[in-house]
Design a protein around this ligand. Structure first.
Ligand code: 13P
Length: 281
């Protein structure tokens, strides 16, 4: 069933686990995510970034996700990832998204607070929860996200930000990157602990791809309740597509799409198990 993201993350916070939020852009990516979640019997968040509004029909996409969620055996939330424009937020709300991320991280703290506050007041009027970010992630390899400057989240600013804006979830920059790491990952768990002490809302980790399993487990032990994953799933799908291209025979597209979905599902299942605290990862 479709579940509101706030309730989903409140449960995750109480159980000390994290929900996977997969970036999706097609029927196959959504079906892979829902099917993987059903296999592991864990909830899942379907996340569409504003950057895909140019290529994905938002109205049709949202109707499709809501239909798949309605018959799913596990809770499914529909989230707008990294939105910079108020009109995208309103479009998502009108289409039944259960949460939105307003990304004002490029602004100074007070400007980010003022902009985020306005989004929160709109979204809360209709029961939609809001994620926001202070600090920003650098971009690693193969990512499709905007380049950030890699500024880590300051715990006192996080406290002021959450109190002033009343956001429901906070994306904390603690050293993960969007995309694959080009050097050794340097994730600051001590900083995460300080942020955890400063704010009570569920914390979100962006840049799940390529982050070592033990580091992921440690972030979850220290308050991370939602983990975004994009690049690793894309890489699994594109590697498969490249292997098809090298093949001399021309397979049918329906077979290629079905196989690609299976490849993504296998990768997603592993993330869901890891984030859900399953022993067999
Ligand atoms: P990765 O591409 O590193 O998995 O990060 C995804 C993300 O954080 C989307 O918001």
């Amino acid at each position: 069933m479709l579940m509101d993201t706030r309730t989903m993350l409140a449960h995750a916070q109480a159980d000390q686990r994290a929900v996977a939020a997969f970036n999706v852009y097609s029927l196959e990516t959504v079906q892979a995510a829902v099917s993987a979640a059903e296999k592991v019997k864990q909830p899942v968040i379907i996340a569409l970034g504003e950057r895909y509004f140019g290529t994905v029909d938002v109205e049709g996409f949202a109707a499709m996700v809501r239909a798949l969620a309605a018959k799913s055996s596990v809770p499914v939330a529909l989230h707008l990832d990294h939105a910079y424009e108020k009109k995208s937020i309103i479009r998502a709300i009108r289409n039944g998204f259960t949460s939105v991320m307003y990304d004002g991280s490029k602004y100074e703290l007070e400007e980010n607070i003022a902009r985020t506050k306005e989004i929160v007041s709109i979204a809360h009027m209709v029961g939609v929860s809001v994620e926001a970010e202070i600090g920003s992630l650098a971009r690693g390899a193969f990512s499709d996200e905007e380049e950030g400057d890699g500024t880590l989240t300051d715990p006192q600013s996080a406290k002021r930000f959450v109190e002033a804006t009343e956001v429901d979830f906070l994306a904390a920059a603690i050293g993960t990157v969007h995309g694959m790491y080009t050097g050794e990952p340097n994730i600051n768990i001590g900083l995460l602990k300080q942020i955890r002490e400063a704010v009570r809302v569920p914390l979100v980790l962006h840049g799940g791809s390529g982050t070592p399993d033990e580091t992921i487990r440690e972030t979850i032990r220290n308050g991370i309740c939602k983990i975004n994953v994009n690049t690793e799933i894309s890489m699994a799908a594109v590697s498969y597509l490249k292997s098809v291209h090298e093949d001399a025979a021309i397979p049918h597209l329906s077979d290629v799409m079905a196989h690609m979905q299976g490849v993504m599902e296998t990768s997603m299942e592993r993330f869901i198990r890891l984030f859900g605290g399953c022993a067999d990862v």
